[in-house]
Design a protein around this ligand. Structure first.
Ligand code: 13P
Length: 260
């Protein structure tokens, strides 16, 4: 059985001291679970100090972004090559990067290739805006995002990636997308990957849901077929809420295992 993957995206929040405090508090509240993989994505600035403090049996680290080139005259940038060994995962193509930093599917494709080349597992964010949903363009948008992102990968490489379905309209909205909406798009993402790489790869890829995830919604969303975990924003900054999300996911995984 796949482990449930829970990723906390801290976005541009928490200075070094605050980040360190959050890690300590989470460490006290989150035990090591066999069935859960918990990942923290602090800012680029705090990744290094956090890597020295964090209990690696409980938490893995993710970068929120990085440059697609391994090195070069690119003032202000950090590459996946530099992050190699420091993080397990790299979040790529978050809707905020697409919106505020004009990242295109082509950029995402290059970053996915860079991450894989540097032994970092990409967490590829896809999802439609409200306007796209209203215009019935969800499938077309998600298809283009997924197909392009994975284009440079071999089957075995694609099998390792994580896709985060984050409908843009559900981010920070206080209420996640409906189970019906999540079910439909997650199934569609697997279908796309099956077309690209075959059924084994499609089944192996882990698909997360992101957008207003809070402890109360955990059981409902994790019961959806094909959802393997969460990409959490706001609630990951609150140690009680994030620890609660992990606990609820663990309870659900344990119950599922008993029934299996
Ligand atoms: P919220 O959980 O705050 O809606 O953010 C979701 C998100 O963007 C995670 O990457």
């Amino acid at each position: 059985m796949k482990k449930t993957l829970i990723v906390g995206n801290w976005k541009m929040h928490l200075n070094t001291q605050q980040a360190s405090l959050l890690v300590r508090r989470l460490g006290e509240r989150v035990p090591q679970h066999r069935d859960i993989e918990t990942v923290l994505a602090p800012s680029m600035l705090t990744l290094q100090p956090i890597s020295l403090e964090v209990d690696r049996r409980k938490f893995r680290l993710a970068a929120q972004n990085a440059n697609a080139q391994d090195l070069g005259s690119l003032t202000g940038e950090v590459s996946f090559a530099m992050l190699s060994g420091l993080v397990h995962y790299g979040i790529i193509g978050h809707s905020e990067r697409r919106k505020y930093f004009a990242e295109t599917n082509k950029d995402v494709r290059a970053k996915v290739a860079a991450a894989v080349r540097n032994e970092i597992t990409p967490i590829i964010c896809v999802g439609e805006t409200r306007v796209e949903r209203t215009n019935h363009e969800t499938k077309q948008v998600v298809r283009e995002q997924v197909v392009t992102a994975l284009r440079d990968l071999t089957g075995p490489e694609a099998a390792e990636v994580v896709i985060a379905y984050e409908p843009v309209w559900a981010i920070g909205a206080g209420r996640p997308a409906s189970a019906a909406a999540i079910t439909e798009v997650v199934a569609y993402i697997r279908l796309i990957i099956e077309g690209q790489f075959g059924k084994n790869v499609a089944d192996a890829v882990r698909i997360l849901y992101g957008g207003s995830v809070e402890p109360d919604f955990v059981a409902n969303i994790l019961s959806i077929d094909g959802v393997d975990g969460f990409l959490v924003g706001g609630a990951s900054l609150n140690y009680q809420q994030f620890a609660d999300i992990v606990t609820k996911a663990h309870q659900l995984a344990a119950a599922k295992e008993q029934h299996a």
